[in-house]
Design a protein around this ligand. Structure first.
Ligand SMILES: Cc1ncc(COP(=O)(O)O)c(C=O)c1O
Length: 446
């Protein structure tokens, strides 16, 4: 009998998973004799071997400070320039619009403090109930200066943003809209382009938190037209670092708090003190990994669209690298969505298990494969922490609590019951892992 390929098997086969999984040494670990299943991507993803190599090679060969008149310092300068070029390809912007920092939260506090210099009583900033607190508290801090913070609400039924409510709260006093690209708790993807357009129509800046979206979808800051976008490389297969894109005009116009000897040129005027060079070396490697992934898709048409023969992306061909990144995310999207459909279908069949967020398949384009679940009328053995612990003992790495999406857990009134259990899929997860997780959850919950 000939088995016809289904949409799911086609999507899963598109990504060369043997190649993918071979890139990540940590995936081979076991826990209590069980294969480790990394469903903790929303908290931080695993890294490919080339990222580990880039970090240790930098420390072995080029370890130096910047701007010195000798070989290792020049190599460090060149490495930083290449990492900026790689991130510029990743986000589709100029390399001088890329600012490195320790993490998204620190970068956002730095930027909110500088934006604050031009604001005062009567000005307004709009934040959302759906966002991680790192895109809320740095703006709430501006209340000290008399700035009014307004909140865009959500539709609690499916945890989508109430865009009408957001639009109604914009006015000529709004100076900035802080918006998440995707929710790190329930996976909702926001209509960011539309919200940027709305913000601009009132003369407000748009500040986008793309930390959760980063591993799942292609980011194009030029197409979004956002003023700022922040992400964290440790969420998309790189080291623990944050990256901020700022439109050139803003990075030049706004006034950073900085030491006097530091250049006033962008982007360096926003990078204070000595950066984490070894991790930045790892950032180039993680972008190269994603670009390389774009050359490992199995669909020959996809490869043909990469402008001729498949070839390794290289620092000498940035436009090829962007094309390869585009191909990688098409493939990642197809793979993740096939897994997500399978996971949601399975979870829906477990009695008393509630999925928060979008569950209507016709709306799946508006969600990431990040699932927040909980047991209805939970017993003390079924709290999110208890479930995560039992799953952890079996090798499944999930998360419990609010993951700093505090405004959402408060709005949904799940704070006092322990938040949610979060299951996060990325492209290195497999259909077999999903099936095993479902089996384990059925046994634990029932
Ligand atoms: C959506 C979102 N925004 C912001 C952050 C904070 O990022 P960082 O740890 O780089 O400060 C996180 C971290 O989990 C997140 O998921």
């Amino acid at each position: 009998m000939i088995t016809m390929p289904t949409a799911e098997t086609t999507a899963l086969a598109d990504l060369d998973q043997t190649w993918v999984r071979a890139q990540f040494p940590s995936l081979a670990q076991t826990v209590n004799g069980h294969p480790a299943v990394f469903l903790d991507g929303p908290g931080g993803t695993q890294v490919p071997q080339r990222v580990i190599n880039a970090i240790s090679n930098y420390l072995r060969r080029d370890n130096a400070n910047t701007g010195g008149a000798y070989a290792t310092s020049r190599n460090t300068d060149a490495m930083l320039a290449e990492a900026r070029a790689a991130m510029a390809d990743f986000l589709n912007c100029g390399a001088d619009e890329i600012v490195f920092g320790p993490n998204m939260t620190t970068l956002t506090y730095a930027m909110s403090r500088s934006i604050d210099r031009d604001l005062g009583p009567g000005d307004e900033i709009l934040v959302t109930r759906l966002d991680h607190d790192a895109n809320v508290s740095p703006w709430l801090a501006l209340e000290e200066k008399g700035v009014t913070i307004r909140w865009a609400e959500i539709h609690p039924g499916d945890c989508t943003l109430d865009v009408e409510d957001l639009a109604a709260k914009l006015n000529s006093k709004t100076k900035l809209v802080a918006i998440g690209y995707a929710s790190n708790a329930v996976g909702t993807i926001n209509p960011v382009k539309e919200i940027v357009r709305l913000a601009h129509s009132f003369g407000a800046l748009a500040y986008v938190d793309a930390v959760h979206y980063g591993p799942h979808g292609l980011i194009d800051v030029a197409a979004l037209d956002c003023d700022f976008l922040v992400c964290s490389t440790y969420k998309f297969f790189g080291p623990h670092m944050g990256v901020l894109f700022g439109k050139r005009e803003h990075l030049q116009r706004l006034r950073p708090y900085k030491v006097r000897p530091l250049t006033d040129a962008i982007p360096n005027r926003w990078e204070w003190g000595t950066l984490n060079h070894e991790c930045i070396a790892g950032i180039s490697a993680c972008v190269e990994y994603i670009a390389d992934l774009g050359l490992h898709v199995r669909d020959p048409n996809r490869l043909a669209s990469l402008d001729g023969q498949p070839r390794r992306p290289s620092p000498h061909g940035p436009s090829n690298r962007r094309a390869a990144i585009v191909a990688a995310f098409e493939s990642i999207h197809r793979h993740e969505h096939a897994l997500m459909n399978r996971l949601i279908a399975g979870l829906s069949k477990i009695p008393r298990l509630k999925i928060y967020g979008i569950t209507d398949p016709s709306c799946f384009a508006w969600r990431c494969p990040t699932l927040a679940v909980g047991v209805v009328n939970q017993t003390p053995e079924q709290t999110p922490l208890a479930l995560a612990t039992k799953l952890g003992d079996r090798g499944f790495f999930t998360w419990d609590g609010n993951y700093y999406a505090l405004n959402l857990t408060e709005r949904l009134d799940v704070e006092k019951s322990g938040g949610f259990l979060r299951i996060g899929l990325v492209h290195y997860n497999t259909a077999e892992e999903v099936d095993r997780l479902l089996q384990a959850l059925r046994e634990i919950v029932e």
